[in-house]
Design a protein around this ligand. Structure first.
Ligand code: NAD
Length: 552
């Protein structure tokens, strides 16, 4: 067996590939697997349970070699993390097209996926893992902040000051929760089973304190709440045990949610185990029995959330499909609390607003600082953005290549991208910038228990939209595009597309950026206008979209 050697993206303004897009793809693939970035790089696992960047190490090395020889008029095809072909296309075409974890709907179950995975025929791409634009926990911080800030605005008079949030899961993305709640002014108790994850969040300053027990965490949280002090507290334990324990103790938080990897009941969500029991043995010996255990645990977890909601907590699902798993295990009213998108985010989606991220290929933090300053000047009227960028500049630790994220909408992302391109061209930035986004975005995903939950016209499960988004990105000059299945909520529950663009300072880059970063967020406005959202129709009219069926 090959020995594992940690991977780290090259830095600087010299490239080894034939064009900057190929170089960007190579560096971003490597950056996804940087031990500072990935949750379990040795297994090629980036985040989200078992979201991988490449099928296996052999595939990884072949991708790297192929990107290095790829010409400016060729396109590399990736099928579930394996490079399968190089085609002659044209200069404006994407340099890489990726399809990860896609199954024909009738076969789209974890069982079938696992069979194919074991046979070496597939890998799970999650969202940005398989599409090489994951940037560590910082990537999700701002989206998580947007959600908690919106909860503060909607339910608590403007911020989360003087409130306590209870959540679980301090993994790759869940690890953003303590910082996001703190940023929104609140106190959080974060339950996590794995002490290594807790330590990691402490070290990267996403988390403030660890309590020795649940009771201690509650005491500390109440003290902070009374002082209106924003602080994050972790407690080690299983959410399926500690949430019911909260109910027994009679403690009701102001907000309750969860970000364990419940979307993957076999590998992501850990059911409680006796101290002398190794659940890996049960999983290997009797996967069905293991699944029942995991789902029963999730049922108890959801019942506790529903009870806390009944006692007055604002409960929302944080996009991990916990409710569906509990429903399978017999909790009939598992969907008695809403998902975070209909609860807090849909208005932003109507404006094509969503997570816009960029990465400095130079590796120089000064490049990100320069882009921060440029965006502060470009969008002086956006108070939330101003607050976020100033905070992030001071407090967010970089992981891997320096990167930034903020939420921008339709007719904003193209302006930001073109500005970055100018800054590369005139030397204000020392190397090209990679621009991408999460698949969790306004017009790129069909996920009835998450992004498209409770659509106005009932079109939650229509996945023509992410397919159109994938095609539009490819037709509009994206650097690489991906189409995935099962991200966020697991097999059978979602289809989504990812876009990455590169600002290398060239005229061709400007043309690509103008097209793809206008048309990509436009898909969010179009999708929501089509579903009848008034705000999306307004945006479409104001910002000049052409929607023939709506008379706009
Ligand atoms: P991850 O696999 O990196 O982390 C999951 C964490 O949960 C791990 O640290 C694990 O130890 C912990 N855990 C598992 N079972 C537990 C239990 N019973 N009790 C306590 N802790 C437990 O995954 P991630 O990247 O952090 O994502 C977590 C989930 O949140 C995924 O399902 C993802 O799809 C979802 N998610 C949604 C959004 C969103 O914006 N809606 C964003 C991020 C993640």
């Amino acid at each position: 067996m090959e020995t594992y050697t940690p991977v780290r993206a090259p830095r600087g303004s010299q490239r080894t590939a034939k064009g900057w897009i190929q170089e960007a793809a190579l560096r971003m693939l490597m950056n996804n697997l940087d031990p500072e970035v990935a949750e379990n790089p040795e297994e090629l696992i980036v985040y989200g349970g078992r979201g991988k960047a490449a099928r296996d190490w052999r595939a990884f090395h072949t991708i790297v070699d192929t990107l290095r020889r790829l010409e400016d008029d060729q396109t590399l095809l990736i099928q579930s993390g394996k490079p399968v072909a190089v085609l002659r296309t044209h200069e404006m075409a994407p340099r890489v097209l990726l399809a990860n974890s896609n199954l024909v709907p009738k076969w789209a179950s974890w069982e079938e996926f696992d069979r194919l995975d074991r046979a070496g025929l597939m890998m799970y791409g999650q969202m940005t893992a398989g599409s090489w634009i994951y940037i560590g926990t910082q990537g999700i911080v701002q989206g998580t902040y947007e959600t908690f800030a919106a909860a503060g605005e909607k339910h608590f008079g403007g911020s989360l000051a003087g409130t306590i949030t209870v959540t679980a899961g301090l993994g790759g993305m869940g690890g953003a929760q303590p910082l996001a709640v703190k940023l929104a002014g609140g106190v959080s108790i974060n339950i996590e089973i794995d002490p290594v994850r807790i330590r990691r969040r402490l070290e990267t300053r996403y988390l403030d304190e660890v309590a020795g027990s649940l009771e201690e965490a509650i005491r500390r949280a109440e003290q902070a709440k009374n002082n209106r002090e924003a602080v994050s507290i972790a407690v080690q334990g299983n959410a399926a045990e500690l949430l019911p324990e909260l109910v027994r103790l009679g403690f009701t938080p102001d907000l309750v949610t969860d970000q364990t990897s419940a979307h993957d009941p076999m590998w992501g969500y850990l059911p409680p185990a006796r101290s002398d029991e190794d659940l890996n043995v049960l999983r290997a010996r009797d996967p069905e029995a293991y699944l029942r255990r995991a789902r029963e645990a999730m049922a108890g977890h959801v019942r506790a959330i529903l009870e806390l909601q009944r006692r007055g907590a604002v409960a929302f699902d944080y996009g991990n499909n916990l409710r569906a798993q509990a429903q399978i295990a017999g909790v009939e009213n598992a969907f008695g609390y809403p998902g975070f998108v209909p609860a807090f985010i849909r208005d932003a989606f109507c404006e094509g607003r969503g997570p816009f991220r960029w990465v400095a290929l130079s590796g120089d933090p000064e490049d990100i600082r320069a882009t921060d300053r440029a965006l502060l000047e470009l969008f002086p009227e956006d108070a939330k953005l101003q607050r976020w960028l100033r905070y992030a500049g001071e407090h967010i630790a970089f992981q891997g290549l320096p990167a930034r994220i903020c939420w921008l909408g339709y007719r904003e992302r193209d302006r930001a991208a073109l500005l970055f391109n100018e800054m590369v061209a005139d030397g204000r930035l020392s190397a090209p910038i990679v621009i991408g986004r999460d698949h969790l975005d306004a017009g790129s995903v069909a996920s009835p228990y998450r992004e498209t939950e409770a659509m106005l016209d009932g079109s939650d499960a229509v996945s023509d939209w992410p397919l159109l988004n994938f095609a539009v990105g490819a037709a509009s000059g994206a650097a690489w595009m991906s189409f995935h299945h099962g991200g966020g909520v697991g097999m059978g529950y979602s289809q989504h597309s990812g876009l990455v663009a590169v600002a290398d300072g060239s005229d061709q880059a400007a043309r690509r950026l103008r097209l793809c970063l206008t048309n990509d967020p436009a898909m969010g406005v179009i999708r929501h206008a089509d579903a009848g959202y008034e705000r999306a129709l307004e945006v479409a009219r104001e910002r000049g979209l052409d929607l023939p069926s709506l008379g706009v």
